[in-house]
Design a protein around this ligand. Sequence first.
Ligand SMILES: NC(=O)c1ccc[n+]([C@@H]2O[C@H](COP(=O)([O-])OP(=O)(O)OC[C@H]3O[C@@H](n4cnc5c(N)ncnc54)[C@H](OP(=O)(O)O)[C@@H]3O)[C@@H](O)[C@H]2O)c1
Length: 417
Amino acid sequence: MSTCAPFNGFTLHSPKGESFKRLFSSNFISQIQVISNPCALLPLKSSSKPSKFTKERLLKPISASVSTIETPKISFRNKNPKDINVLVVGSTGYIGKFVVQELVQRGFNVIAVSRERSGIKGKNSKEETLKQLNGANVCFSDVTQLDSLEESVRNLGVPVDVVVSCLASRSGGVKDSWKIDYEATKYSLVAGRKFGAAHFVLLSAICVQKPLLEFQRAKLKFEAELMKEAELDDGITYSIVRPTAFFKSLGGQVELVKDGKPYVMFGDGKLCACKPISEQDLASFIADCVLNEDKINQVLPIGGPGKALTPLEQGEMLFRLVGKEPKFLKVPIEIMDFAIGVLDFLVKIFPSMEDVAEFGKIGRYYAAESMLVLDPETGKYSAEQTPSYGKDTLEEFFERVLREGMTGQELGEQTIF
Ligand SMILES: NC(=O)c1ccc[n+]([C@@H]2O[C@H](COP(=O)([O-])OP(=O)(O)OC[C@H]3O[C@@H](n4cnc5c(N)ncnc54)[C@H](OP(=O)(O)O)[C@@H]3O)[C@@H](O)[C@H]2O)c1
């Protein structure tokens, strides 16, 4: 059951107390008071209905243009941050958690939407989620059910000014990508708009520039609908953030190299490059998008500080940090093409293998495509055109993983990204 409590000023839940695998990973409130009025918790519909949306062609347009809350016509940008209500969906993810923290730190009134069991494979209980999202008002709801989400937001009893979406499919599978990266993200726009939202910040991905994968197509479809909505209605604006690679996607070989294993890479290790960005830096950039007027109605590719790094350079950096002689295992990319060919053939006979084949394609994509701006004129990736932001470097990240391990940097359920 999904639950969400209204604000009486604030909504309040309180913690009771307080492979593929290695190859793929390498290349890539105030929860303060307990609710005193049990009537405040309204039961909402359960979430487990299978999605009727599978492929783009089956998707019905979801309308997002009506606001049912009378909001004063002053821009939220003129208000004090504490009076700006920011609804964050995907608040429990790798980036979402940091976005919530950053927004709380900047003094916004943050409403973090979460499932009752959050995190990879639902490992976090409600209490753990409340602790993790400390400083925000946590709203337990179901982003995959529009009725539930709307009822939850209605129960808050306050208007929404801005929606920030850090939603993403945890599995990266075909149906789940459409269900989350498109459908649930769209529901958060519809529900946000219904209750007054005037700005939508979307965490997308730089790789949608060259969409070959289902999750990229799902994200692009939402991006296009969001842009269209803003074009047709001046009551809504957007900032679409397209980051390069996250640290978690590049740390998979640190401990192996430390243990004396070779660094595994495809081809000569120069097939692709990225400008990795930390969770904290990206969260800060996303938080900037809430108020900064120069980020209104913009598509914003963004990388971390420093130069673009190829897998070869990342490997060299790692060996230097562990003080060992570089040792590389170079895997021909053609091996992946062969594996994908076999998987595509098998899917024709066993459609249930659809996701396995998709994971193969995701791995192939990250092995050879750069996470950099794709210059439309040359058709080539350009490090120069990829903006940098923040201060955390990959080298510092590697040093930390060497000292403290990969805790907090776990990959998604499929362990690819
Ligand atoms: N990995 C990279 O290098 C990279 C680079 C650039 C861009 N990106 C993009 O960045 C985005 C965010 O990535 P991330 O690593 O922060 O994602 P993540 O850790 O997998 O978090 C996904 C979020 O979506 C929520 N979610 C997923 N399925 C849900 C469902 N069925 N119902 C309700 N909530 C659901 C999760 O909630 P629960 O906690 O309840 O599961 C979680 O809050 C993705 O769009 C990704 O494509 C990634």
